[in-house]
Design a binder for this molecule. Structure first.
Ligand code: FE2
Ligand code: FE2
Length: 281
C-alpha cells in the first residue's frame, strides 16, 4: 500500500460480518488495520452480524462506538432481527438497501457524512435483482435517483451493491463509472481477486468477501448446510466458528475530483494475524 497523498481520503471497506466469529475477527483485525492504514472512513456490512441473520441494536452500537465504524450497510437480511424496525430510525449511519422491496423510503439507502478529517462523503446501499428474493426496484434507476439527491460538492461517493451475480455487480459499476468513487459488491461471502479502477475514476471489486469463519459453507456450519442440500431434517443453521478471516479493501480517493487513485485488497487469517494474501492495483 502506497503512502496516502495529501489531497486523498482513505476508505476502508468491509463486507458481510458473519456472526460472533466475524465480530471477534473484526475486533482484532480492524484495530491492526487502523494502525497500518490510518483510514479516514470505515464502512462495513452488518446484515449477518448477529447470529448470522440481521443485526441487533447492541451489535450496531458496538460497531459504531467501540469499533469506530462510520457507516453500516446491510442487504437482504437487514430485517431478520425484527427489533431493527424499532431502532433503525435513530441511526442515520445504518443503511438499508434503497431499492429493496420491503424498504419504503429511498432515503434510508444513502447517507452524507463528514469525516473527522473534514471530507464530506456519501455512502449508498443498493440490492441486486438477479436470483434475489422479492420484487426489488431497479438498482440502476434507483442509483440515478439517489445520486440526484447528493449535493454536487460531495465528490467522494461509495456504493455497496449487495447482489448475487458478478455480472449484475459489474454492470451497475460500469453504469456508475465517473459518478461514484468506489463501488464494491457484497452478499456472496466470497472475496474476488479482481479489484481495479474503471476509467481511472471508479475503484471496483466484484465482492469484498465476508469477515467470518471460512471453514464453513459461506459462513454457516458445514454440517448444518450439508443437511439442507441433502434434504435431511435439521433445525440448526448457525454460523461456523472455524478459521475466521478478516477481509477488507483500502481505497484512496482524490477529494477534489472524487476519482479513485489506488485500491488494494487484503485478507488476514486470524489464527496467526499474518497477512497471507493481498494485492495492489
Ligand atoms: Fe451476507
Ligand atoms: Fe446478503
Amino acid at each position: 500500500m502506497q503512502p496516502k497523498g495529501e489531497s486523498t481520503v482513505r476508505i476502508l471497506a468491509i463486507g458481510d460480518i458473519m456472526g460472533r466469529a466475524g465480530r471477534e475477527c473484526l475486533e482484532i483485525g480492524l484495530q491492526e488495520a487502523k494502525n497500518q492504514f490510518m483510514p479516514d472512513i470505515i464502512i462495513a456490512n452488518g446484515e449477518n452480524a448477529s447470529g448470522g441473520f440481521g443485526i441487533t441494536e447492541k451489535v450496531l452500537q458496538q460497531f459504531l462506538q467501540d469499533s469506530g465504524i462510520h457507516v453500516i450497510t446491510t442487504g437482504n437480511h437487514w430485517a431478520d432481527k425484527k427489533e431493527i424496525y424499532t431502532y433503525k430510525s435513530k441511526y442515520r449511519e445504518l443503511l438499508v438497501p434503497a431499492n429493496m422491496y420491503n424498504v419504503e423510503e429511498t432515503r434510508e439507502g444513502f447517507v452524507v457524512k463528514e469525516s473527522s478529517s473534514g471530507c464530506r462523503y456519501a455512502v449508498i446501499n443498493l440490492l441486486g435483482r438477479v436470483f434475489m428474493k422479492g420484487e426489488n426496484r431497479c438498482p440502476f434507476l434507483t442509483l440515478d435517483r439517489v445520486l440526484q439527491q447528493i449535493p454536487p460538492a460531495v465528490k467522494v461517493r461509495v456504493v455497496d451493491f449487495h447482489a448475487e451475480t458478478s455480472s449484475e455487480k459489474q454492470a451497475l459499476a460500469q453504469y456508475a463509472v465517473g459518478r461514484v468513487s468506489l463501488f464494491y459488491g457484497t452478499h456472496t461471502h466470497c472475496p474476488t481477486a479482481d479489484e481495479r479502477i474503471f476509467a481511472e475514476k471508479t475503484g471496483f471489486v466484484t465482492d469484498l468477501g465476508m469477515t467470518g469463519a471460512y471453514d464453513s459453507v459461506i459462513g454457516i456450519e458445514t454440517e448444518h448446510s450439508l443437511r439442507r442440500f441433502l434434504d435431511q431434517p435439521s433445525k440448526k443453521f448457525e454460523p461456523s466458528k472455524k478459521d475466521p478471516w478478516f477481509c477488507f479493501l483500502v481505497a484512496d480517493v482524490d477529494q477534489a475530483t472524487g476519482h479513485c487513485r489506488h485500491v488494494a485488497r487484503f485478507r488476514w487469517k486470524m489464527s496467526d494475524m499474518n497477512q497471507v494474501g493481498d494485492s495492489t492495483t
